[in-house]
Design a protein. Sequence first.
Length: 251
Amino acid sequence: MADFVLETEALSKRFGGLVAVDAVGLRVPAGEVHAIIGPNGAGKTTLLNLLSGDIPPTSGRVRFRGQDVTGASAHKLSQLGMGRSYQRTNIFAEFTVRENCWLGAQSRLPSSMRFFRPAEKIASVAKRTEAAMALAGIADRAGVIAAELSHGEQRQLELGVMLATEPSLLLLDEPMAGMSADESARMVDLLRRLKRHHTLVLIEHDMDAVFAVADTLTVMVNGAVLASGPPDDIRASRAVQDAYLGEGSTA
């Protein structure tokens, strides 16, 4: 039996009379890049918010590494090893690259809120900080103020902060959003490196990037799963072409 890092069962979210996520079932094996695609308003970000604990589900279940985490808070899920990025870059602009990653690493400590403890002397924090910067490809920018980074570098930094928490699962919401072609290519290379030791679930509108990096694609339309499978099967699906890919749209 496959080792599923993430599973959902009939996961749903309603906002009044609107069904934003409708009985979604996912099974994500360890080491897989699982891309969730679909037109705007399909429920993709809402689904990611349910998985990361940002909002509670109306019904259904979520299991992370075999543990039922339905309704668990984002903080608890982070402590369990789940990382999350957002559509808008979420970093401390006035801090350096190293300081941003340090805060991510320190958040993993049980005593992370004991501010009078000399955190700079904790070797494990320093080790995670340096490892995260290297893995995110920004070690050479360690002393640079985050606000001075390019947009692509800021997205790398956001991943670096997440990696400093040592997650096993990364939930990425449009990691290529707003990037130039060169920046997108660098991000694809970074995601390929990350998949060697992490499981990734990502939302992305850049179809070239999706087909370059994903092992499995799930297509959502109107809150529900239309199709799920290997990229070649999804690309060849007439139903998917009619509902999404055939529109010729990247939005």
